[in-house]
Design a protein around this ligand. Sequence first.
Ligand SMILES: [Ca+2]
Ligand SMILES: [Ca+2]
Ligand SMILES: [Ca+2]
Length: 318
Amino acid sequence: MAWRWMGWVLVVLGLWVSEPTAMVQAAPTAAGFALRFYGNGVNDIDRVKIPIDDPATALPGPPADIGSQDFTLEFWIKAHAADNPAPAVSCGNNVNWIYGNIVIDRDRYNQDRKFGLALAGGKVVVGVSGDGTGNFTLCGATDVTDGAWHHIAWQRRRSDGYLWLYVDGKLDAQGDGPNGDISYPDDGVPGNYCNGPCVWSDPYLVIGAEKHDAGPAYPSFSGTLDELRLSNTLRYHGDFSRPTAPFTADAHTVALYHFDAGAGDFIGDSSAAAGGPSHGTRRFGGSPAGPVWVLSDAPLSGPPPLLDRRLYLPALRR
Ligand SMILES: [Ca+2]
Ligand SMILES: [Ca+2]
Ligand SMILES: [Ca+2]
């Protein structure tokens, strides 16, 4: 009798071992999902848009409208040089960052108080235009378009406009940028440069594209991006070990995007910052169509925060 039961156990075990994929779902990594952009840069697609102001009111925007205080803007990217061919730019007192493959775009068309981050000649370049205090582009030194994941951290000190750029925890460049408040003005009026007023592009923080679709001279990022955190403090004061787990929100986190929904167009901010949330929207399209959800292979271990799972449940049910 016992042997007959043992036989059944072996048969069931055999089925399980021979078809593990049917029985056991592959567990996502701790980094969850990421977004793969394709650099289309047209028709308001292949990007993530986070509203940072309402042009119809003079109320303050959500907390993702950084720039009135110190900030740290950090994320992970993986990119190849062939997909991001913008050549190196000359840095200094100019807006040349806009000629790189644009990763983060907080531009205002032909107006002051703006900033952004791009890849030019494979290096990270960041730019700031102050409040009537001039323009500045800071060029990084490390090629980040080698197909490996890199942690990028960009800091700005509000008191004097000083900028720091870190790649994988190492200081890559620093410089004294323009002074002043570079947050989006609460009473800002988008200019009339976008086949009409730039209301659909100006008052947004845009990820993965040049926000105004101004043409091929201003190319968009093609590659994978994960874990974007915006903070209202200078987090790093010298070289540091790059993060090894997904970010968790703290008192200085004003917006936090894990990009872990894995489906749909809802881009959740899990910072729980006062005045928020600063949720965004995926704008999908192009050829190849992007951004697509991919299982993230960013080098991050540890479980994703519980808060984030709760945040995404409603989105996944849609
Ligand atoms: Ca993720
Ligand atoms: Ca406003
Ligand atoms: Ca504002």
